[in-house]
Design a protein around this ligand. Structure first.
Ligand SMILES: [Zn+2]
Ligand SMILES: [Zn+2]
Length: 466
């Protein structure tokens, strides 16, 4: 119980559009989403779509407002390609007439029960069957997941939002201390506060930006954290890390332990903070990534940002990328800016194809030491000890926390992604037109995430599906 099926807005939009086009007059219509799944906690799975298919009108043996039957050859082709030859699970969605939230009919149940048994009996990886029924405009619907033996089914949580929404209130919010603590932000609602308290945030990079970010988002109400950073504090950090002391630097505290200390000052009890002094390259962080509701990357190099983005794509996790940059131009005038990037969930563009990070830099950063040195000498590699100041990091971190707040309260639409840049002394806010960033053939986000084009489009449009 408690498993989640997550379909990001971009994917649902395209899928729904294809479903509406696949209707014949006022007939019902079927669509498939083939999913990967992974464990997020004990007995709790997350299913994320990797490929979707909406059969064309010609792929049906029979299609009316009463019943739907796909041509058998076509259906077998789908199963062979996406289920037998891969380890995908199936979400099967169909519509019912009318505008109300539909109920599964006894015929639906009978058919799906047999379908679940068939998959278990004939498919080595025993895929799970998740079934969805929607009204005719595909705006209201529900999902359930079948047991492998087809004997019974249970409800499954359907998450279409970027961050999970949990509107149920906990008793804790009746507690006076908690009420008072968030008294000055109660105008945002108890639901908002509760959602923050439930949110599981993984922060990669606990340096100058990450530490301020944790302080700010922690104060706003986030209590569940995983902190990842292999570095230790030193004296050069003291110009920009809140509450960091000379003693901590001398004792070489791990940055994750220092940030954990910041969070524990806010919530001595009732918070869960995991401090992992390790690199993002360490595969033991993968379970943390899988179970995160949000990944925030605030590291000082391109390579770790690339890895964070790759992990976010692989496990379809929301990602926020934070950075600041200071350089001195020839006229001795410093150029200072901060950038907050939120790539869209489910594809279209990412940090790599959007050119937010530089792949050449990323590969040089992890090149063997002799190449690394050569690149440095010739000026191809930025100095790791880049200029950095507290106030600019603060603009970055507080803007990002503000964006997260607005995303939760629904005032910012992030379905297509966001990329904001603030240039300091010119006081110039630049918002990238993200439609220019769409890169369907991106090596990183293009092929692993759903094809924007239906992969069977020729089959769909043509009549050769039988
Ligand atoms: Zn039905
Ligand atoms: Zn990409």
């Amino acid at each position: 119980m408690g498993s989640i099926v997550q379909i990001p807005p971009i994917i649902w939009l395209a899928f729904r559009q294809a479903m509406l086009q696949g209707k014949k007059d006022n007939s019902e219509v079927i669509g498939f989403l083939f999913c990967e799944r992974y464990l997020i906690s004990k007995k709790k799975m997350r299913y994320i779509p990797k490929v979707w298919i909406v059969p064309d009108k010609d792929c049906y043996e029979y299609q009316s407002n009463q019943a739907l039957v796909l041509k058998q050859d076509f259906h077998l082709y789908l199963l062979k390609t996406y289920v037998f030859q891969s380890d995908y699970h199936i979400i099967h969605i169909h519509t019912h007439e009318g505008q109300e939230i539909p109920e599964f009919s006894p015929i639906d149940d009978q058919y799906e029960s047999q379908y679940a048994q068939f998959l278990t009996n004939y498919c080595p990886h025993k895929p799970r069957l998740i079934s969805g029924v929607f009204n005719e405009s595909l705006e209201k619907g529900k999902f359930k997941i079948w047991q492998r033996n087809g004997e019974d089914s249970e409800a499954i949580i359907y998450q279409k939002e970027w961050l999970p929404v949990n509107s149920s209130l906990k008793e804790e919010y009746e507690n006076t201390e908690t009420k008072l603590r968030f008294h000055r932000q109660q105008m945002f609602g108890q639901g908002f506060q509760h959602q923050l308290a439930q949110l599981n945030v993984t922060l990669i990079g606990c340096g100058g930006i990450g530490s301020i970010f944790a302080e700010l988002l922690g104060r706003l109400g986030v209590k569940k954290w995983t902190l990842i950073d292999p570095d230790q504090l030193d004296i050069t950090n003291l110009n920009r890390m809140p509450s960091a002391t000379l003693k901590m630097a001398e004792q070489k505290w791990y940055k994750v332990h220092y940030v954990k200390g910041l969070l524990k000052k806010i919530y001595p009890t009732g918070s869960q903070v995991k401090a992992l002094p390790m690199s993002i390259q360490d595969t033991s962080i993968i379970p943390e990534i899988k179970s995160s509701d949000l990944i925030v990357v605030a590291t000082d190099n391109h390579y770790s940002r690339q890895l964070a983005q790759e992990l976010a794509i692989a496990y379809m996790r929301p990602l926020v990328c934070l950075g600041t940059h200071i350089e001195v131009r020839e006229e001795n005038q410093p150029r200072m800016y901060t950038r907050i990037t939120i790539p869209p969930l489910g594809g279209n563009w990412c940090l790599m194809c959007g050119n937010i990070i530089n792949l050449q830099q990323a590969s040089l950063e992890v090149a063997p030491s002799d190449i690394h040195e050569l690149a440095s000498q010739r000026g191809y590699l930025q100095d790791v000890e880049t200029p950095s100041v507290f106030w600019l990091n603060g603009i970055c971190a507080s803007t990002a926390v503000g964006m997260i707040q607005e995303i939760i309260t629904g005032f910012i639409d992030i379905s297509q992604g966001l990329d904001w840049i603030y240039e300091f002394s010119t006081s110039n806010w630049l918002k990238t037109d993200v439609s220019y960033l769409n890169t369907p053939d991106c090596y990183f986000c293009g092929e692993k995430i759903l094809p924007q084009e239906n992969p069977l489009s020729s089959l769909m449009i043509g009549s050769d599906c039988s």
